[in-house]
Design a binder for this molecule. Structure first.
Ligand code: NAD
Length: 516
């Protein structure tokens, strides 16, 4: 069952359901007993168990009827030998429930296995990471007087986070940045779906297409194709660094921001900072078949086990989960209680209390205070979303190769490790290719063309891109000749990888070097 059809079913029997607000009012009048929602709780690492406990208590007190399955994930599961800290039972339970509230999971920095967070997102194709940043009452920040209400919709499974890395030489590392047209179109659709569900009027695509013309350029083009199908919602494009600057200067100007994985990771931490910090920022990881909700922050090992953690971000994430699961009434009740608590400023955790100059409370006391405020309403609380968020539905799919694209080969880039200089390398390469159908067209070092010509001021790594043009461009590379060329190159250098230079519909499917 897909997420959307599961949610449609939930609507039939839930207290409120997925529907425009008018239908919700009608559903509220219905006498149906609210159904129970199934969800997996992953308490996770560090402060995870403390904030999960606090949030679950608030949800129960707020009337959210949820059948929880609590599962193991993260550092403790990793220590027991589960690959990426995710036991297969946990993955099975998540697949069954389709809905997850997740605490933070630790990842070793620069060492160890794959991140459990990234693995979860990829395993369940949770391609859309939705991170709202909204001014909260009573939270002291340099931006507290600014009307910030925006959502970052970040692509969640591609880009540099595909995690495809290779050491090219002992001193040169490479990470592949993979952007697909289908993945970019899906996240653009998700951004417009967020805009529609929230009644928002503008979606801004943020990319670095000015530098990464093919990868970020493909993202931008796919976004623009999707934007054209939403004439009622304005759209524009901004270079990501300018967007970062504009976010700091005038965050109230933004509505929905749609961007690639790494850009979105960084920008959404920035937007969290604008409204009070990581302890207050929720996120939803959404796909066609699953939804996982979590705080943006990590496991905060510095305060774990001390009762200091702020559960607000996870609570806001849980409120998003309730709405996605059709539990609109309990979501609204809990959200108002949270806003009243923040507004009045009693029993706030240290991160919120200290800037106000008030006495900090424990995680538990904060949760108690929210519970005691259930049933009260806050003027500062935003209106509930206009409708549910529905993403592209359907089974897992493989995108077919576009048969319409006319392709031919222009040559090949061979990346080699070589300890000498460019002139010496060029003369060896030319000799190696002399009787083969390849011409040495260019050598670059760290993306800068170093042959033909000279670059006296540049430092060189021992990693060179050697571009050979096919002497007679044809449909297929002469692979036997390529094998001969590589075998000859191995006599004076060590090749690390090879890239086919493809022409697509007459345009180069490869970048030129700086200075070429
Ligand atoms: P962090 O978010 O855990 O902590 C950064 C700072 O914010 C710390 O000073 C911390 O005390 C504070 N903080 C975070 N959450 C808070 C809360 N709820 N209440 C009060 N203060 C809070 O970032 P980090 O230290 O870089 O990462 C720690 C671990 O968490 C790493 O292993 C990292 O990989 C992991 N992590 C997991 C996720 C996730 O599960 N989605 C996200 C980010 C980091």
């Amino acid at each position: 069952m897909t997420l959307n059809s599961a949610l449609d079913q939930a609507y039939d029997t839930s207290d409120t359901g997925f529907a425009p607000i008018a239908d919700v009012a009608q559903a509220r009048r219905s006498r149906k007993t609210p159904s129970r929602m199934k969800a997996v709780a992953l308490p996770g690492d560090g402060i995870g168990p403390e904030i999960m406990e606090a949030v679950q208590r608030i949800l129960i007190a707020g009337g959210a009827r949820i059948d929880w399955t609590v599962c193991d994930a993260g550092a403790s599961a990793d220590a027991k030998g589960a690959a990426s800290g995710l036991p297969s039972e946990t993955l099975d339970e998540i697949a069954k429930a389709g809905m997850v509230l997740k605490g933070p999971l630790e990842t070793g920095v620069g060492t160890g296995g794959k991140s459990a967070n990234v693995t979860l997102r990829k395993h369940f194709e949770l391609y859309a990471n939705v991170r709202p940043a909204r001014r909260l009452p009573g939270i002291i920040t340099p931006y507290m007087d600014r009307d910030i209400d925006l959502v970052v919709v970040r692509e969640n499974v591609e880009d540099l986070y595909a995690g495809i890395e290779h050491m090219q030489t002992p001193d040169v590392a490479q990470c592949l940045k993979l952007i697909t047209r289908a993945g970019s179109a899906k996240i653009a659709e998700a951004a417009f779906a967020v805009a529609k569900a929230d009644g928002r009027s503008r979606v801004t695509c943020a990319s670095k297409a000015n530098i990464m013309k093919l990868s970020e350029g493909l993202f931008k083009t796919a976004f623009e194709d999707v934007a054209a199908t939403y004439p009622d919602i304005a759209s524009d494009h901004m270079i990501i660094d300018n967007l970062a600057h504009r976010l700091v200067m005038s965050p109230e100007d933004f509505d929905v921001i749609c961007t690639t994985n790494m850009n979105g990771d960084i920008i959404s931490d920035l937007t969290a900072g604008l409204v009070g910090g990581l302890g207050l920022a929720p996120s939803a990881n959404l796909g066609a078949r699953m939804a996982m909700f979590e705080a943006v922050h990590g496991s905060a090992p510095d305060i774990a086990g001390k009762g200091l953690a702020n559960p607000t971000a996870l609570l806001l994430a849980a409120i998003m989960m309730l709405r996605q699961g059709g539990k609109l009434a309990s979501a609204e009740r809990i959200e108002h209680a949270l806003y009243v608590t923040l507004e009045e400023g009693e029993d706030l955790t240290a991160d919120m209390a200290t800037p106000r100059g008030s006495k900090p409370a424990s995680t538990e006391a904060f949760a108690d205070r929210v519970i005691s405020n259930l049933g009260r309403r806050s003027q500062a609380c935003p209106p509930a979303p206009k409708s549910s968020l529905k993403l592209h539905d359907g089974p897992a799919q493989t995108t077919a190769v576009s048969a319409k694209t006319d392709r031919s080969d222009a040559g090949v880039d061979i990346f080699v490790e070589f300890g000498g200089g460019p002139a010496e390398l060029a003369s060896c390469l030319k000799a190696a290719a002399a009787d083969l159908p390849f011409t040495l067209a260019m050598i670059s070092n760290r993306g800068l063309k170093v042959y033909p010509g000279t670059v006296p001021m540049a430092d060189f790594a021992d990693h060179w891109r050697c571009r050979f043009a096919s002497r007679a461009p044809q449909d297929d590379l002469p692979e036997q000749d390529l094998a001969t060329l590589m075998s000859r190159i191995s006599n004076f250098a060590r090749w690390c990888h090879v890239e086919r230079l493809q022409m697509m519909d007459g345009a180069p499917g490869f970048s030129v070097a700086q200075g070429q």
